[in-house]
Design a protein around this ligand. Structure first.
Ligand code: ADP
Ligand code: MG
Length: 609
């Protein structure tokens, strides 16, 4: 059986490796930016077209390559950064596998122009599918320009798998953010389809964050510093009151490399506990410096996870450092850079004492006192169906009904709010500020209050928003909202649909949005959260099957539905039950989650066997 095992031809091996290194255009961007940084560049330009599907170009002013090195750089395991396995553990550079360029060249059209400062004349190389098609001397500035065209041109399955240019662009922007935030001392420019998205000068970290996420960010930042034997922590947190419904501005860097760490994220959330509302996320930009020997860099290509040898201590140090700075920030405003009038904390804000954040639960709030409760619009058929659910209960007497037992119990535990008679004569009570429980014909009904209200609001908003003439309420004073540039781009993408739905835009600036009218369903206080939700959904990208009307109704119901934790008085509990069963799809939330469960009498009886 000789000659069965063969070595894979190089171009095949490269294509396979490419599958690991290059998942999408953003992976190419990451590799190319990292190479430019490793080359010592302090000016890097990124140019993409169509979300990187047609073109990705990175131009740097780094050390460049000699003709031989330029040719070698596309060979697999060609790297100038590592010669022994031990060095792997003391890495200072980003790349070390010598795989990226070879992989990219296997699945795209690549053009490289490069020159070192020792040479007068540089080198140009063109490669297609791992084959060098052209090599020649060329006059070019010192540094390297690399152009990647038609990614996955020879792997149609992969190419078809790519998402829309907008979605791919967002991934690229995420990658760009990570690199730009890790290297404030490098100037970056980023162009997409011919327009400049970012032009970031060399600066310090605080200004870099502000340049990336918008000038309003400055006043949100709280510095963090901690120096221990294990780790040096620096960076910034966003003040608790700016916590957002959507994730997005959470960054960890270890030794200047972006990493993802659910464990450390947990430490941050822990430090913020009690300061932010449930289901909101604080922004953070945290930089850890550690001995390379204290971590395991996962050498799997493109993975951003790493392992810390002493993760428990790290968790504790991080949490206490963050708590410390959160506790301090309202005492004295800290400015860590020379005065720049554009970035200075506004005077009014400096004077203001930060107030202790409070949990905003309005106990008197009755979500059904307004227009939500369809007193007259209640569908008769549904009402009958609902009453039928209850019918038998009354005849069965109080003993089989948990809610009745509760009422008979003179000691009302704090866990239950008062029981009540509903319109149809059945009783409801609230359990743990989370569920509304009621006794029905076939057993016990447990309703998830948040999801139920989402369903009710969704149906209402969807119906109203779908009507041709959306009604807009004019605002007395225009309302200004700030967003990051990236988020503003998302808003621009759906601007005309938003206008159709009653958002009247006065102005859409770089980072600021001025509204002078809102759909009647949304109050001024809510519009920020609604738009945040909308952005979060758009950012996730996987929603082509939803119309903007649906997305908007989803965002509105998510932002405005009564939350888990809210206490509901009896009228509200009953309103919730009645309104829910007037919806045609009462069993599923707009996000396809279970709204209520019924525990049958049989199941309950069986428990007593
Ligand atoms: P790695 O970065 O893991 O070493 P790459 O395939 O990304 O592997 O790059 C291979 C080699 O090509 C690098 O080690 C470096 O010597 C050279 N190289 C790549 N990009 C640049 C650049 N922009 N400037 C100078 N040298 C570069
Ligand atoms: Mg590299």
């Amino acid at each position: 059986m000789a000659g069965v095992i063969k070595l894979l031809p190089d171009h095949v091996a490269n294509q396979i490796a490419a599958g690991e290194v290059v998942q999408r255009p953003a992976s190419v961007v990451k590799e190319l930016l990292e190479n430019a940084i490793d080359a010592g560049a302090d000016q890097i330009k990124l140019i993409v077209k169509d979300g990187g599907k047609t073109l990705i170009q990175v131009v740097d002013n780094g050390c460049g390559m000699s003709t031989t090195d330029a040719r070698m750089s596309f060979e697999r395991h060609a790297t100038s950064k590592l010669t022994t396995a031990e060095e792997l553990y003391a890495l200072k550079t980003k790349g070390f596998r010598g795989e990226a360029l070879a992989s990219i060249a296997a699945i795209a059209h690549v053009e490289l122009q490069t020159r070192t400062n020792e040479e007068e004349i540089g080198t140009e190389i063109r490669i297609t599918g791992s084959e060098v098609t052209e090599q020649q001397p060329i006059a070019t500035p010192e540094g390297t320009a690399i152009l990647v065209k038609n990614l996955f041109y020879n792997i149609p399955a992969r190419r078809n798998f790519l998402k829309s240019p907008q979605v791919e662009s967002r991934h690229i922007t995420d990658e760009f953010h990570r690199v730009a935030l890790a290297h404030p001392d490098i100037a970056f420019q980023y162009y997409s389809n011919g327009s400049e998205l970012f032009n970031l000068p060399k600066t310090n970290l605080r200004k870099r964050i502000v340049h990336v996420f918008g000038s309003k960010t400055n006043e949100k930042l709280v510095p963090v510093t901690e120096d221990t034997q294990l780790v040096k922590v620096s960076g910034f947190l966003c003040k608790p009151e700016f916590a957002k419904k959507s994730r997005g501005e959470q960054f960890f860097f270890v030794n200047n490399r972006f990493i993802k760490s659910p464990y450390l994220h947990h430490a941050v959330m822990n430090a913020f506990e009690g300061l932010i509302k449930p289901n909101t996320f604080p922004g953070y930009f945290l930089y850890l410096e550690m001995e390379p020997s204290a971590i395991d860099v996962n050498i799997h290509p493109t993975k951003t996870e790493i392992k810390f040898h002493d993760d428990h201590s790290l968790y504790a140090i991080l949490r206490s450092a963050l708590k410390h700075s959160l506790g301090q920030f309202n005492v004295a405003p800290v400015l860590d850079f020379e005065k720049d009038p554009n970035l200075e904390t506004p005077y009014a804000f400096k004077q203001k004492r930060a107030e202790a954040p409070t949990v905003e639960i309005d106990r008197a709030f009755n979500p059904f006192s307004g227009s939500v409760r369809p007193a007259s619009g209640f569908k008769k058929a549904t009402k009958e169906a609902w009453e039928a659910l209850y019918l038998q209960t009354e005849n069965q007497g109080a003993t089989t009904s948990i809610s009745s037992q509760m009422e008979e119990d003179p000691v009302q535990t704090g866990m239950f709010t008062k029981t009540a008679e509903s319109e149809s004569g059945a009783r409801t009570f609230q359990y743990k500020h989370k569920y509304v429980v009621s006794s029905i014909k076939s057993g016990m009904l447990i309703i998830h209050q948040n999801r139920a209200h989402q369903r009710i609001l969704y149906d209402k908003f969807f119906k109203e928003l779908s009507q041709q003439n959306t009604v807009s309420q004019q605002l007395l004073f225009p309302l200004s909202l700030s967003f990051s540039k990236t988020d503003m781009n998302l808003i621009r993408e759906i601007r005309s649909e938003l206008i159709d739905h009653g958002f009247l835009f006065e102005e859409i600036g770089e980072e600021q949005l001025t509204l002078n009218g809102l759909p009647i369903q949304i109050t001024e206080g809510e519009v920020g959260i609604v738009i945040d939700e909308l952005i979060a959904t758009r950012r996730e990208g996987a929603t082509p099957s939803f119309s903007t009307t649906e997305l908007l109704a989803q965002s509105m119901c998510k932002a405005m539905a009564i939350k888990t934790g809210a206490q509901l008085d009896i009228a509200s509990q009953q309103g919730l039950v009645n309104d829910l069963f007037a919806c045609s799809e009462s069993g599923r939330s707009p996000f396809n989650k279970t709204v209520y469960v019924v525990i049958s009498e049989n199941d309950i009886d069986n428990k007593f066997n």
